[in-house]
Design a protein around this ligand. Structure first.
Ligand SMILES: Cc1ncc(COP(=O)(O)O)c(C=O)c1O
Length: 400
């Protein structure tokens, strides 16, 4: 059980323009997603008994395991980016392309046959494959070594051509990009690098639908988070949420935002320490497959440098602990089925709140009985075999 935490070091906070993550944009994207027949609001679960036990005011968890029946939030980004790609290619506005029209024969004929390509550890590729499938277009998905069989099958069942490579996530991204350049495919990647920023920005914007739903519900409940904990792989999701919350809760209103990563590959935490973008290469392993990325999104990193308050690197046993606690609710609290990447921030915070070993972190974060904590369960049991090994068999027990 290891937790390292830092604020931004070796660099001043800057002034990166986060207007592309504001409420107005979020509202438009929310309207786009609402036009999908499969759209349903995902629950914002309030764990009252657990909050009392952990001695905080409220614990809210946005449960994205219900998103579009795909067991993870990721489709929000891919589906919006693909909509934007199609709209741009046809010289149309996405406002004129609600879902039914987007997937119509008329649009398919205008567009001709196209191929979308992406690299993924599972959830993003499933979202892109789902969107390509709806558009009756081709999709190619590259996956890194160690990809769980269930995650591979979930993508190929959507008609995508899936290959698993002896490479890590970032290497798969480069390979997919090379093929896209060679063949004229559309790469729909959930991370940005120099010269490739439009699509990742759309993906980040697409994720705002969940932030917008959270914000709406909390307004209705007359609640406001004091602390938001966000898990990060390349940091597209965490930066989109960070930018949105910094926009809707300006100045003193802004909650304390903390980014959480696996210590096996904590590229954003390392970047925060160095005050510049740090790349982690080679072979690494974490059970948090969705967070297993070594190269931060260039756009997202700027947003987080400016607006995230803390960066945490944590061991795998804490993610497993989070899965067990959320899967075994206290009293009549609602059960949250949370996978490795989904549960990580909660697992970390539950130990910060209860272990003497982390008392200094609890004080630094100013966590107390007035705290209103917000988490996002970004995935359910996307690898069911491993989920049961963790929750039933106690795999990856807490170590001291
Ligand atoms: C379940 C889950 N949570 C969180 C993330 C992290 O998102 P990002 O790579 O944008 O940081 C991912 C990424 O694949 C994921 O699959």
């Amino acid at each position: 059980m290891q937790i390292q935490m830092t604020a931004l070091q070796n660099r001043e906070k800057g002034n990166y323009d986060i207007s592309f993550l504001n409420e107005e944009v979020a509202k438009e994207i929310y309207a786009y997603h609402k036009s999908f027949p499969v759209y349903q609001y995902t629950p914002l679960v309030s764990l009252n008994n657990l909050a009392a036990l952990l001695k905080v005011k409220d614990i809210f968890i946005k449960d994205e395991s219900y998103r579009f029946n795909l067991n993870a939030f990721k489709v929000l980004g891919g589906s919006y980016a693909i909509g934007k790609v199609v709209a741009e290619k046809l010289g149309m506005s996405l406002e004129d392309l609600p879902f039914e029209r987007l997937i119509s024969d008329e649009i398919r004929e205008k567009l001709g046959e196209v191929t979308f390509i992406t690299a993924t550890d599972g959830n993003h590729g499933r979202g892109v494959a789902w969107a390509a499938n709806q558009l009756k277009q081709n999709c190619i998905v590259y996956m890194p070594r160690g990809a769980a069989q269930e995650r591979v099958e979930n993508i190929s069942n959507l008609g995508a051509e899936v290959t698993v490579h002896d490479a890590n996530y970032d290497e798969c991204v480069r390979m997919a990009n090379d093929l896209a350049n060679e063949k004229g495919y559309y790469i729909v990647q959930d991370t940005a690098w120099d010269g490739y920023e439009d699509i990742p920005r759309w993906i980040m914007q697409g994720y705002m639908t969940m932030a917008y739903e959270i914000y709406q519900t909390m307004q209705e409940m007359e609640k406001k988070p004091t602390h938001v904990f966000l898990q990060a792989g390349v940091g597209s999701m965490s930066s989109a949420m960070t930018g949105f919350f910094a926009n809707v809760y300006p100045g003193e209103e802004k909650p304390v935002i903390t980014i959480v990563e696996p210590d096996a590959v904590a590229c954003i935490y390392e970047s925060a320490l160095a005050g510049e973008r740090v790349l982690i290469g080679g072979e690494y392993f974490t059970i948090m497959a969705g967070l297993s990325c070594g190269e931060p999104n260039t756009v997202g990193l700027e947003v987080m440098f400016d607006h995230a308050d803390y960066f945490i690197s944590a061991s795998d046993d804490l993610a497993a602990h989070g899965m067990r606690v959320l899967g075994n609710p206290v009293g009549d609290d609602r059960r949250v089925i949370s996978g490795e990447s989904g549960a990580a921030p909660f697992g970390v915070v539950s130990k910060i709140l209860t272990c003497d070993k982390f008392a200094d972190l609890k004080a630094e974060l100013n966590l107390n009985e007035d705290s209103v904590l917000l988490f996002i369960n970004t995935e359910g049991d996307t690898d069911r075999e491993h989920y049961l090994e963790v929750v039933w068999d106690g795999k990856h027990p807490i170590t001291e």
